[in-house]
Write a protein that binds this ligand. Structure first.
Ligand SMILES: [Zn+2]
Length: 302
């Protein structure tokens, strides 16, 4: 068993631990420690990266109560040694923002609109949640974004704790837990209760801004792509820069870019029509010229 330090404090970034075993996974060395801050890929959340005893940790796997740290290179430490570990904080904090954001969005969609989240995926760039409805209309879309960000401004506390079956029965869980026995609950201050083993931010304030990017119909369901925290900010920065660049190309204001693009498109279509007409006229002239010149040429050849 590896003691999970991320359960006690998801904000702990550095730790020391004793090496319990050295194994091999994915053709690489893998270390098992008596305790760790490294989060393994589980519950949809991606694993942490970082360094252990000076070696890069490239994957983290949960296996029967043990956490395996897959290493990029052979370590210089041995079983019984005490090693220092550090997780890559920017990556982990990003995962925490997306994961807490998903809990908030799923509860909002459930409570306010009656839409249930059927599955969730956290990617390196974007995250998605699948809803049991064929589509979200634009009004609801805008309302979900507005309300999710308002809930973030309330800075609702997010805490994690374990409960037994008796205590579990009293909680209004959004979905029944996939495991039994002691269940870890992640609670957003009386608003959402989820059975979850993931790492989460301290308050909903740390999730903002929350941005829905697009929706995609998948049979009777809708897949919503969303961004939270720094990801959403980076997306805004990038899109704002692209818009300013486009506006500069047209020597206009950002707000005028769509109308300008439309006007240019229709000008291009007009020019294409004019070019086609001129080409036809030119062809007619060339044919007439050829016909007029043909007998003389034949004559001259005699
Ligand atoms: Zn979760």
């Amino acid at each position: 068993m590896t003691q999970r330090l991320d359960y006690l404090d998801p904000y702990q970034q550095r730790f020391e631990a004793e090496v319990v075993a050295l194994l091999e996974r994915e053709g690489k060395p893998a270390a098992v420690l008596n305790q760790t801050c490294f989060y393994p890929t589980s519950g949809g959340q991606l694993h942490d990266a970082g360094r252990l005893g000076g070696v890069a940790v490239i994957d983290v796997i949960a296996e029967q109560g043990a956490i395996l740290h897959v290493l990029a290179d052979a370590p210089s430490f041995a079983v019984g040694d005490v090693v220092a570990g550090a997780i890559e904080w920017a990556r982990r904090y990003d995962h925490m923002q997306q994961h807490s954001g998903q809990h908030l969005l799923s509860q909002l969609l459930h409570q306010r609109f009656g839409f249930e989240t059927v599955s969730v995926h956290f990617g390196r760039e974007e995250s998605t949640l699948d809803l049991d409805v064929p589509a979200l209309d634009p009004d609801i879309w805008a309302e979900v974004e507005r309300e999710a960000n308002t809930l973030a401004y309330y800075a609702l506390e997010i805490r994690a704790y374990f409960v037994d079956n008796r205590e579990l029965a009293k909680l209004p869980l959004r979905r029944p837990p996939a495991v039994s026995g002691q269940i870890r609950i992640v609670e957003i201050d009386g608003y959402d209760y989820s059975a979850c083993g993931g790492t989460h931010v301290r308050t909903t304030a740390e999730i903002a801004p929350i941005k829905l990017l697009h929706q995609e119909r998948r049979r009777a369901q809708t897949r919503i792509t969303f961004l939270c925290g720094m990801r959403a900010l980076r997306d805004y920065q990038q899109k704002h820069r692209l818009l300013l660049e486009s506006a500069a190309l047209f020597s206009t204001e950002p707000a005028a870019v769509p109308a300008m693009t439309q006007r240019l498109q229709s000008q291009v279509r007009d020019l294409q029509r004019q070019t086609a007409a001129l080409q036809e006229q030119l062809l007619a002239y060339e044919v007439a010229e050829l016909l007029a010149g043909a007998p003389q040429q034949r004559h001259g050849a005699d």
